[in-house]
Structure formats: structure tokens, C-alpha cells
Design a protein around this ligand. Structure first.
Ligand code: URA
Length: 456
């Protein structure tokens, strides 16, 4: 067997065997298959796809390229949660303490933000002193002691994924459903949890642009997890606009704390309750989702989830005073309010479109019709709050706070958003992007639920 033959076979649309897929992953891991051949193979997959069987074996070969986290020392069944990415997504920070407060162990590994999407580990590091690299022993000890522990994704889990992802990133081969599924599931399976809840996002701020693709990706990942004997479920979540009001590391962490104090935005709480209730059911703590939902709500009303957050931040070396007083989070020097000028900002990007100068003078009421999540994420990245490359240092204090969400009424000269910046030039750039991210309409916009579908 040669890599040339396997690329050719895939190009012809034929199904590769388990042995052939292991040969490819093993060869790329040990360097005997060069980047140019792997790139050709990945591009062939982008065009002709992979069957479920192929995707499963490709995932398993990637998982087996490294270590597997041994969670057998944790008392109780660990259920993991994974989101395929979004903007303003602080759900893990809210749901983790709620689920732990219900007595279900939370032992979670998360990644850092990349491009326009944020990462939980960066948000946790905005609590000063928080250690995101506990040893494996400390990690397990924390879970057994207080019910929750968090760590950055270690390089030893599915290491070939990192190499393949870097190649996909520069060869325009990221947006393939089987490649995304195998990349995510190889790491999730290696993380050792008995159950996995998937939050598959769709919309302008997500990898999947529509619900059909999101459902296909979810079903493929559920299939891989189940073949491996894991309990699985998924929710399909709308990520057209950012989740909540805060986008940026410190302000998102502060918003997560507010959620635990009972002051959370409706959309963040809807997703946190839904995914959290899946976790309680997969763990066996509750039989019904409705019972799980009630249990989670009680952790907020009774304050037990907030107490759990305090315990957790302190246990991992963070400053717990920041949970009691969110004004202690690092602040940016510049705060600029963006006001609505009376035009439709989204049309301004369309050059000579006559609607660009349309001023809604005759409309009795105006509404925010859309907020481009990807654009808001890009603005935060430009401010220094996100990374273009994996190991870049980021500024925790910068961000964008939305003051209006889709469906809200907007009046001329009312504020749309606040930019938090530490550099005037970057602030100017971000201001333009954020302004143009808003769509305004004279038609009433119905607010929609964030959860499109739940799949069991
Ligand atoms: N997240 C991953 O880990 N891998 C992908 O391919 C896409 C999103």
C-alpha cells in the first residue's frame, strides 16, 4: 500500500478500509507521509467525503496517536461537554459549577480561543492566579474534593490532530464535516469521560452555517461516540449573534459570574440549562430532563452554584474575591460607546447600494434585525483579545459589550455597544466593524429560542 494509491482511491470516491486509514494517520504521525500528500488526501476528503465507518476509524487512529486520560480515579461518572465554537460563549463557566453543585463530577479539559472564537481556558485565566495546568493527580484530587476541576487541553491527547489541524488551516480544508467530527471526537474520546454532551452551533459565528449541516455533524459525532461505548447527546444551537452581551475574556468571565448570581442573560441561561440537564441525565443523576432542569435552577436560586464557583476558583489558585466583586476584573483604558446614527449600518458595507443611504425617517419603530457574530469576534481579535496563531499572547481586558440584541427596539442616538480597548487605532478599527455588524430593520423581529433541536 502507498499513500499515492490511497489518495487516488479517495479521489475516485471509494471507501477506505480501517487498515488504510490507520496507515495514513500513523504515517503522518511518524513523518513518513509528507505534508503535500496529506494535504492532497484532506482535499480529496473535502470533495468526496467519508462514510460513517471511515470517519469512525479515522477518529480512532487519531485518538490512538497519543495518551488517554484515565478518569477511573474519579468517584462517579464524568460527563463532558463540548461546543463546536461560538462568540460570547461562556456556557461552560456557568454550567460547570451548576452541574457540580448537583453532585455530578465535572472534570473538564478545554482549549484556548482561536480566530474569532473564544476559549474557556482564556476566560478562566482572567481570574488572576488561576492555574489552568494542574497535574493529572491534582486534577483528579480536585474533582474528588470539590466536584469540579478544569485543565487546558494537553498536547499528549490525540497529538496528530494538532498537526493535521495546522495543515487544514493553511490548505482550506477545515470546513469538512467528517474532518471536523474526527478532530473533535478524537480529543473528546481521549479525555476519558463516560458521557459527552455536544453543543453543535450554527450561524454566522459558527463553523456550520445552517441547521442541516449542524444536524449532520452532530449525528456523525454521536455515532462515533456511541460506537466507542460512550453515552451521547447533542443540542443544535443558534450562533448567528453572540451569546449574551459580553464578548472578550474578562467581561465574559464577569458575565458568567452574574449568571450564577441569577442575573444571567436569557440566551446564556437557556443554553446552560439545556446542556446541563443533558449532563445530569447522561450521568444518571436524573431520569427526566424536566427534573434535571429544576435541579439546576435550584442551584442558582439557592446560591449553591455561586458557592461552588468560589470554591473552584480558590482551589485552582484564582482570586475568589473577583467572584464576589466583578469590578476587580482587569479593565481596559478606553471605553467607547457606539451610537445608532439612523442608517442601516449593515448596508454601509455594500458599496453603492442605494439602501446604504436609506434613513428610516418614516418608520414608526426600528428594530435590531441581526448582529453578525463573526464580525464581533473579529473586532475583539483586532482589539487584542483573540489570536490569529495558536501561541499568541492576548489582552484579557479588551472586548465588546452589546447593549442591544436581535429583536430589540432601537432609536436614533441610542447606544448599540461599548468597545473596551487599550489602543486608539485598534479601537477605531473595531468601532467600524462593530457598527457594521448590526442590521436594522423597520420590521418587527421575533426573538427566537437559541436551542434549535435536541438529539438523543
Ligand atoms: N474544533 C476542532 O477541534 N476541530 C475542528 O476541526 C473544528 C473545530
Amino acid at each position: 500500500m502507498t499513500m499515492y494509491e490511497l489518495i487516488d482511491k479517495k479521489k475516485e470516491g471509494k471507501e477506505l478500509t480501517k487498515n488504510e486509514l490507520y496507515y495514513i494517520v500513523k504515517g503522518y504521525t511518524d513523518g513518513s507521509i509528507p505534508d503535500y500528500q496529506m494535504s492532497a488526501f484532506l482535499m480529496a476528503v473535502c470533495f468526496v467525503g467519508m462514510t460513517r465507518e471511515e470517519t469512525y476509524y479515522f477518529t480512532m487512529a487519531m485518538k490512538e496517536s497519543g495518551d488517554e486520560l484515565d478518569l477511573s480515579g474519579v468517584k462517579g461518572m464524568v460527563v463532558d461537554k463540548h461546543s463546536t465554537g461560538g462568540v460570547g460563549d461562556k456556557v461552560s463557566l456557568v454550567m460547570g459549577p451548576m452541574v457540580a453543585a448537583c453532585g455530578v463530577p465535572v472534570a473538564k479539559m478545554s482549549g484556548r480561543g482561536l480566530g474569532h472564537t473564544g476559549g474557556t481556558i482564556d476566560k478562566l485565566e482572567s481570574f488572576s492566579g488561576f492555574n489552568v495546568s494542574p497535574t493529572e493527580k491534582e486534577f483528579i484530587r480536585n474533582v474528588n474534593k470539590i466536584g469540579i476541576s478544569w485543565a487546558g487541553q494537553t498536547v499528549s491527547l490525540a497529538p496528530v490532530d494538532k498537526k493535521i489541524y495546522a495543515l487544514r488551516d493553511v490548505t482550506a480544508t477545515v470546513d469538512s464535516i467528517p474532518l471536523i467530527a474526527s478532530s473533535i471526537m478524537s480529543k473528546k474520546l481521549a479525555s476519558g469521560a463516560g458521557g459527552i454532551v455536544l453543543d453543535v452551533t450554527y450561524g454566522s459565528g459558527a463553523f456550520m452555517k445552517n441547521t442541516d449541516d449542524a444536524v449532520e455533524l452532530a449525528e456523525l459525532m454521536l455515532d462515533i461516540g456511541r460506537k466507542e461505548g460512550r453515552k451521547m447527546s447533542a443540542a443544535i444551537t443558534d450562533m448567528n449573534e453572540p451569546l449574551g452581551y459580553a464578548v472578550g475574556n474578562s467581561i465574559e468571565a464577569a458575565e458568567a459570574v452574574e449568571c450564577l448570581k441569577g442575573n444571567g442573560p436569557e440566551d446564556v441561561m437557556e443554553v446552560a440549562y439545556t446542556l446541563g440537564s443533558h449532563m445530569l441525565v447522561l450521568n444518571g443523576k436524573c431520569r427526566e430532563l424536566s427534573q434535571a432542569m429544576q435541579m439546576l435552577e435550584e442551584t442558582i436560586s439557592s446560591g449553591t452554584a455561586l458557592k461552588k464557583m468560589v470554591q473552584w476558583i480558590e482551589r485552582q489558585g484564582g482570586n475568589k474575591a473577583m467572584v464576589y466583586d466583578t469590578t476587580l476584573f482587569k479593565k481596559a483604558e478606553i471605553e467607547r460607546v457606539i451610537k445608532y446614527t439612523g442608517e442601516n449600518p449593515a448596508f454601509l458595507t455594500k458599496g453603492n447600494n442605494p439602501e446604504a443611504s436609506y434613513i428610516f425617517e418614516k418608520a414608526s419603530q426600528l428594530y435590531v434585525s441581526s448582529i453578525n457574530g463573526k464580525a464581533i469576534g473579529n473586532a475583539v481579535q483586532i482589539l487584542g483579545g483573540g489570536r490569529a496563531a495558536k501561541d499568541e499572547k492576548i489582552d484579557m481586558s479588551v472586548g465588546v459589550r452589546l447593549l442591544k440584541k436581535t429583536g430589540d427596539i432601537i432609536k436614533k442616538q441610542e447606544a448599540l455597544a461599548i468597545i473596551y480597548a487599550n489602543n486608539e487605532e485598534k479601537c477605531n478599527l473595531a468601532t467600524e466593524i462593530v457598527r457594521e455588524a448590526f442590521g436594522i430593520s423597520d420590521k418587527k423581529i421575533q426573538k427566537r429560542n437559541k436551542i434549535f433541536r435536541e438529539i438523543f
